[in-house]
Design a protein around this ligand. Structure first.
Ligand SMILES: Cc1ncc(COP(=O)(O)O)c(C=O)c1O
Length: 481
């Protein structure tokens, strides 16, 4: 990341945390350059960028000030929340079960729209693999998994500038098995694990299953996990592992900057904490430049990079992997003791597809479609919803994150929508506390056909009704005081 961007992020953090308040004069360009060791031009560039984004204003002869009206970010978000044990499974299970009803218009779904997968070619690859299957294949696809498949995965990482060795890769049943095995390899029941707040509900379920304690660390919808809070968590708890998403985070959608990816790895290595990098959305970037990974900065082999083909090629085949660093052998042993191995014909089918079909061209199409569909849905929602509902639409991926005014209850909206045969993912699914109860995650990968347009109109009407109800309720309460 460019140096000026560091300074921009740092100053934004300081304004948000109340170090600089509205109207405060910022250090002069010269002073800032001296403190930060950056050149005057770099500091000027950073200040100008902050000015163009409305964070600060410049005043003739008196330098730069924090813009009027900018407030310390309300600390409704807890910086680090610790839970003795994780107990969220029942609720998540209910929501996921409700979403399996095929007659629903499903905005709560976690996978891309199935029409975006190359179903015909995948089915062909499956039948070729099945026809060519020999008894010996069962053995040479045992952990760490099919060698050709691992080699294709390693080459794809090398093309993105991420150097890994074949021996580090273990093929798994989807990313979820990779993540679970990684977690098991570096923790014991009762240990503390850092997760983002909000995070992918699968992380919370895994922690619960393994009897681990969650330390949820404040995570910003734009810049990702708060590094100061992360360091505080590491200083105050005996943390064994950290489970983070680097690209197109679920549910918020942000991608960490390269600089932040590097800082996180360095910080965790300083505290000797294992990093489980959940990177299932990395192929779904926008534009020409692929995204990087935290594994790139791993000096000690303690980053376990987990991913899969579920979001980029096909969901049902359940093929994923972990680039396991120094834990590769432990993970293979754990896999042998649990599922034994990943299905041999399915691994072979993927090799068949990846060597004979143009995966890159499929990905290009997929990215383009996701980009179009997500932007279309975001602008449609923007036209339906009032200004006090924030539609967070990040680059890449396919999730939109809706922030309703504080005090709104997305669980009520979720229940009412289910009665109308529409599913959404309420914010409560992604955190152990109640702090995202006013938020909703929506899957924007589907084409906006008339039934989806109608479902979004219903959603907007119900949201507006709830917001108005909440506000009226609040003001009545206030009058009664
Ligand atoms: C962030 C994240 N990680 C992991 C997974 C699981 O991926 P897979 O289907 O490959 O097991 C999901 C699926 O929704 C996800 O959103």
């Amino acid at each position: 990341m460019a140096k000026y961007q560091n300074l921009v992020d740092q100053l934004k953090r300081q304004i948000q945390s109340g170090i600089w308040n509205s109207g405060d004069k910022l250090p002069s360009l010269r002073k800032q350059a001296k403190h930060s060791g950056m050149s005057l031009m770099t500091v000027l560039h950073a200040y100008q960028l902050l000015e163009s984004q409305g964070w600060i204003i410049s005043q003739a002869r008196s330098g730069y000030k924090v813009a009027p009206g900018l407030k310390k970010q309300e600390q409704t978000q807890v910086a680090v929340a610790r839970t003795e044990s994780v107990d969220i499974n029942e609720f998540i299970f209910d929501v996921l079960q409700a979403g399996t009803n095929n007659s629903l218009v499903n905005f709560g779904f976690a996978y891309p729209c199935p029409d975006l997968y190359p179903r015909y070619h995948i089915n062909r690859a499956l039948s070729t693999a099945a026809l060519n299957m020999q008894t010996s294949n069962a053995f040479n696809n045992l952990p760490p998994g099919n060698e050709q498949l691992r080699s294709i995965i390693a080459k794809r990482y090398a093309a993105r500038g991420i150097e890994i060795s074949l021996d580090e890769i273990v093929i798994t049943a989807g990313a979820l098995e990779a993540l679970n095995l990684s977690l098991q390899a570096c923790t014991q029941p009762g240990d503390c694990v850092v997760v983002e707040s909000p995070t992918f509900y699968g992380a919370l379920q895994s922690l619960q299953r393994l009897g681990l304690k969650a330390l949820s660390v404040r995570t910003d919808p734009i810049s990702g996990i708060d590094l100061d809070s992360l360091e505080r968590a590491l200083q105050t708890h005996d943390v064994k592992a950290c489970w983070l998403m680097s690209n197109h985070q679920n549910p918020l959608g942000f991608t960490l900057s390269d600089e932040k990816k590097k800082q996180i790895v360095e910080l965790l290595q300083r505290y000797e904490v294992s990093l489980i990098e959940d990177d299932v959305y990395s192929e779904l970037y926008e534009g020409e430049e692929p995204v990087s990974s935290m594994k790139m900065y791993d000096q000690t082999g303690s980053v376990m990079l987990c991913s899969s083909f579920s979001k980029s090629l096909v969901a049902g085949l359940r093929i994923g992997w972990v680039v396991a660093g120094k834990r590769s052998f432990d993970i293979q042993k754990l896999q042998l003791m649990s599922t034994l191995a990943t299905s041999a014909p399915v691994q072979m089918a993927l090799v068949q597809y990846l060597t004979h079909r143009n995966y890159e061209s499929h990905l290009k199409q997929l990215r383009k479609k996701l980009h179009e569909r997500k932007n279309k849905m975001a602008s449609f929602l923007g036209s339906l919803l009032p200004d006090n509902v924030n539609v967070v639409n990040q680059k890449g991926g396919y999730f939109l994150w809706l922030e309703l005014p504080q005090g709104s209850d997305a669980m009520l909206i979720y229940r009412e929508m289910l009665q109308k045969n529409v599913s959404i993912a309420p914010g409560k699914m992604f955190d152990l506390t109640e702090q995202y109860r006013h938020c909703i995650r929506l899957n924007a990968s589907f084409e906006l056909l008339p039934e989806r347009i109608e479902a979004l109109e219903i959603l907007a009407t119900i949201i507006i009704k709830h917001i108005n109800g909440t506000l009226v309720h609040k003001s009545t309460n206030e009058k009664l005081k």
